[in-house]
Design a binder for this molecule. Structure first.
Ligand code: HEC
Length: 141
């Protein structure tokens, strides 16, 4: 999957340290919480998040949503903020067989284009934006 994903605003950089507690990363990466509107824009962006390659969700303006993964509608009711953060950072920590890309990892990625080596797909602020948006998706569709 990695080769399909554009690196976006992430520059070659050290990842911010984070601590996994159970199935969650409780603290925001870098301290501050994100912006829900920016998070929604990343989720529906076909070049950046690519979420809708696999997921559907409450995005009526978007055609051709994915069917490979659970709908994002209701994700904020099924999971708390910290659980959503770990899924975004590296869902392989929860399900080693997952097809969902690790959005905040630089090591152990396979099939990563050279332009994206040493960069996470999303940077820490973008992860927080997406998490802030997912938390708002309380209603199952
Ligand atoms: C290549 C396919 C793929 C892409 C791209 C992808 N995901 Fe996923 N995602 C999955 C799959 C499959 C699951 C189901 C759990 C698992 O296998 O890890 C999942 C699970 C989730 C869950 C938990 C859903 C639930 O309620 O059970 C969330 C939230 C999520 N993804 C968010 C995102 C976001 C946000 C993006 C984009 C930034 C994204 N995913 C991109 C495949 C994908």
């Amino acid at each position: 999957m990695g080769a399909l994903l554009a690196g976006g605003g992430a520059n070659a950089q050290e990842l911010r340290p984070f601590r996994i507690t159970g199935d969650a990363i409780v603290e925001p990466l870098g301290g501050a919480r994100g912006d829900t509107a920016r998070g929604r824009a990343i989720v529906v962006d076909r070049q950046k998040g690519l979420c809708l390659l696999c997921h559907t969700g409450p995005f009526p303006e978007q055609r051709f949503q994915g069917t490979l993964a659970p709908t994002l509608a209701g994700a904020g009711g099924r999971w708390n903020e910290g659980q959503l953060r770990l899924r975004m950072v590296d869902s392989g920590k929860l399900n080693p067989a997952t097809i969902m890309p690790a959005y905040y990892r630089t090591e152990g990625l396979t099939r990563v284009g050279t332009a994206w080596q040493n960069k996470p797909v999303l940077d820490a602020a973008e992860i927080e934006d997406v998490v802030a948006f997912l938390v708002t998706l309380k209603e199952p569709q």
